[in-house]
Design a protein around this ligand. Structure first.
Ligand code: PLP
Length: 402
């Protein structure tokens, strides 16, 4: 089966919501993946910040295989050990006084958060505040809170009063939040907007505004959590604790799992019967997540992520190319800012040369490699990048002429 045959079958049998991806992958080993035609790529996107241990990590393979052979599924009619263990581990990494609900994806983690804060809100609270250009998922509740107009607007109205303020703007947030606000939903750094950090002190400001008004502070760390920034969680670097935290992506290392964590009074805000998920807390997904957490500890991947992130940033900063305006981000979560809307060309030309990166916005390339990436692998990418940028520029010029 060639890539082009597979793409044709994809187009004929899958809905057109994704378009047809250009590359058909079949195998992954560490930070390398292979397409069905045998081409090798250095994976610098990790399935959108998901495959944090790379591909085929022995600890993950062993945990998943063992759990599948032991007990693959229980439903929530029964207790099982992996789910309890994983909840305990997350609570301990988060510093205690918290409880966890497990979902199967990021958007479901946010749906749980949405119901949780509604349940916890006193009478008279009726609206939400979220950040412009933010992303919280594609199901209706999360989508209502998503600030990317192009993906939200075709599917409204959502039956929720959501007010958007610019990302990182504390004055606008203070203006928008009063004692009838249910909750504020934010990301620390906006991932889908192009790895856009908020100004220093932003999370502390959100905390203060929520404390002053009694609105719940919901922090979406679905992309930033589980080591991506070099800390277990981005909010820990800021020294700020939200009321509700959502996680997914990197947590399962490639297996589908999401989590909604409630702190303090939000730990116990759900009543019995308020929420549920047949697959949520599935033993295989929990075993995978435990293997991810164990491996991050055993291989000292937080420190490694910090060091590799600094190396990547330094090497990117040293590149002088007319198409590259600079880089931003933290840890192994970076954006290349381009001087023109040529990200699609950069993504394509990088792939042609064996590098998978992501055109997250027309002028922005996202890089989120496995946390196990080596200095040598970063070096190979950096050395090829000027050629990739040259080729992208040439492709853009050619496109404009035709
Ligand atoms: C990816 C993402 C989501 C949605 O996660 P899914 O698993 O795709 O539903 C929500 N919030 C943020 C910040 C994300 O990056």
């Amino acid at each position: 089966m060639t890539g082009s045959e597979l793409r044709e079958r994809f187009a004929a049998s899958l809905m057109p919501n994704y378009g047809v991806p250009r590359i058909a992958l079949t195998l992954g080993r560490g930070c390398e993946v292979y397409d069905v035609d045998g081409r090798q790529y250095l994976d610098l996107i990790a399935g959108i910040a998901v495959s944090s241990l790379g591909h085929g990590h022995p600890a993950l393979v062993k945990a998943v295989a063992h759990q599948a052979a032991t007990l693959a599924h229980t439903s929530n009619l029964f207790v099982h050990e992996r789910e309890v263990e994983l909840a305990e581990r997350l609570v301990s990494l988060l510093g205690g006084d918290a409880k966890v609900f497990f979902a199967n994806s990021g958007t479901e983690a946010n749906e749980a958060a949405l119901k949780l804060v509604k349940r916890a809100a006193g009478p008279g609270r009726h609206y939400f505040v979220a950040a412009g250009k933010g992303f919280h998922g594609r199901t209706s509740g999360s989508l209502a809170l998503t600030g990317k107009d192009a993906i939200r607007e075709p599917f409204g109205p959502f039956g929720m009063d959501v007010r958007f303020v610019p990302h990182g703007d504390l004055d606008a947030l203070r203006e928008a939040v009063d004692t009838s606000c249910v909750a504020v939903f934010v990301e620390a750094t906006q991932g889908e907007a192009g790895v856009v950090p908020a100004p220093e002190g932003h999370l502390a400001g959100v905390r203060e505004i929520c404390d002053a008004t009694g609105a719940a502070f919901v922090l979406d760390e679905i992309q930033s959590g589980i080591g991506r920034t070099g800390a277990w969680f981005a909010h820990q670097s800021a020294g700020v604790r939200p009321d509700v935290l959502t996680l997914a992506k990197g947590l399962g290392g490639g297996l589908p799992i999401g989590a909604c964590v409630g702190f303090g009074r939000y730990a116990d805000a759900f009543h019995k019967g308020d929420h549920g998920s047949t697959f949520g807390g599935n033993p295989i997904a929990c075993a995978a997540a435990l293997a991810v957490l164990d491996t991050i500890e055993a291989e000292d991947l937080l420190a490694h992520t910090t060091v590799m992130g600094e190396l990547l940033a330094e090497r990117l900063d040293a590149i002088d190319h007319p198409l590259l305006a600079g880089q931003r981000g933290s840890g192994l979560w970076r954006a290349l800012m381009l001087t023109g809307p040529h990200a699609a060309h950069v993504e394509e030309q990088a792939a042609v040369r064996g590098f998978l990166v992501n055109a997250v916005a027309p002028d922005t390339i996202r890089i989120a490699p496995p946390l196990v990436i080596t200095p040598e692998q970063i070096g190979v990418f950096i050395e090829a990048l000027p050629t990739v940028l040259d080729a992208a520029e040439a492709a853009a010029i050619k496109e404009n002429q035709s």
